[in-house]
Design a protein around this ligand. Structure first.
Ligand SMILES: [Zn+2]
Length: 313
């Protein structure tokens, strides 16, 4: 059984490197939140007391998010490209957890995987979600040279050698999160099918099955990235995340972002509190280094103009 699992994992890894077809996995179960709430979802923005949650894996030395300061010397020519192997798959569950809305896949679903870069093996996509501000001047968790974007997408993956997502949460290198900065501009056609489902999950605790969805439509065509070791950005902030922040952003319309802001962190029947400013502030970099998969001097100019044009935050 173990040998069989290892063999299929090796098969999958080989196929991932070559971007060829993968051995078919078991059919996906119906999606369900792996915890009653994937986060401590208090129905409000987190307080200092929430962040003071103690856990043996939390050292406070590799917390996320951070302010990325592009500089010479960041480029690591040894970093291979990231490989995302995303497909239309499901069923996927939209879930208002009282802090963001999550698009969740079942634990056993390996239809969408991430590999490459500094990663060893494959990471399964568990869920994706956004962070955003009450206005466009703020909203992203990560920043570039001190500047924030209106929102940030996080695609949360867990290492398939773990038994479950919950085990991966507390396992060294158990998680890999892909972050994409969000700018306000053109309507994002692929995101629209989720935006139209949001009225079904207006309040905390509400869920809605959306069938299948292809997360590859959310990614920019270029996957150049910054990477660093960090943590979850919601309590408890386990330090088990390898972060990838894409240099290229995605664009959504003001109306799509307004749909996010129409959600509530409060449950139905409670005093209504809008779901806005659901981001954590940048944390000290400590003794970590941030590496980039792209040469910095040229791309830095690039990032400052056509891509990373964040609002001053
Ligand atoms: Zn997040």
């Amino acid at each position: 059984m173990v040998v069989q699992a290892m063999a299929s994992r090796l098969l999958g890894m080989t196929a991932l490197r070559g971007l060829g077809p993968r051995a078919p996995g078991p059919p996906c179960r119906r999606a369900a939140p792996s915890r009653a709430c994937s986060l401590l979802c208090p129905g409000r923005i987190f307080t200092k007391e929430d962040w003071d949650t103690k856990h043996s894996t939390i050292s406070g030395r590799r917390q996320s998010p951070i302010d990325i300061q592009p500089a010479e010397g960041m480029f690591d020519s040894g970093l291979g490209p990231l490989h995302t192997h995303y497909h239309r798959s499901g069923p996927m569950l939209l879930y208002n957890n009282g802090y963001s809305f999550l698009a969740e896949y079942p634990d056993n679903c390996s239809a969408n995987v991430l590999g490459g870069g500094p990663l060893q093996g494959r990471y399964r996509l568990k869920q994706f979600h956004f962070h955003w501000g009450a206005s466009d001047e703020r909203g992203s968790e990560h920043r570039v040279n001190g500047s924030a974007f209106p929102a940030e997408l996080h695609l949360v993956h867990w290492h398939e050698s773990c038994e479950s997502f919950n085990e991966a949460l507390v396992s060294k290198k158990g998680l890999a999160v892909l972050g994409v900065f969000v700018e306000v501009g053109e309507t994002h056609a692929r995101l629209q099918e989720l935006v139209e489902a949001l009225p079904n999950i207006t309040h905390k605790g509400m869920m809605h099955e959306v069938g299948t969805f292809d997360p590859s439509g959310l990614l920019p065509p270029c996957l150049d990235f910054w990477t660093y070791p960090g943590s979850l950005t919601t309590p408890p902030p386990y330090e088990t995340v390898t972060w990838f922040i894409l240099k290229r952003s995605m664009s959504i319309s003001g109306e799509q972002l307004a749909s996010f802001r129409r959600l509530y962190v409060s449950a139905a029947g409670e005093r209504a509190v809008r779901m806005v400013d659901n981001f954590r502030m940048p944390q000290p970099i400590m003794d970590r280094s941030v590496r980039s998969s792209f040469p910095v001097p040229i791309e830095l100019q690039d990032a400052a103009t056509d891509t990373a044009a964040p609002a001053r935050g």
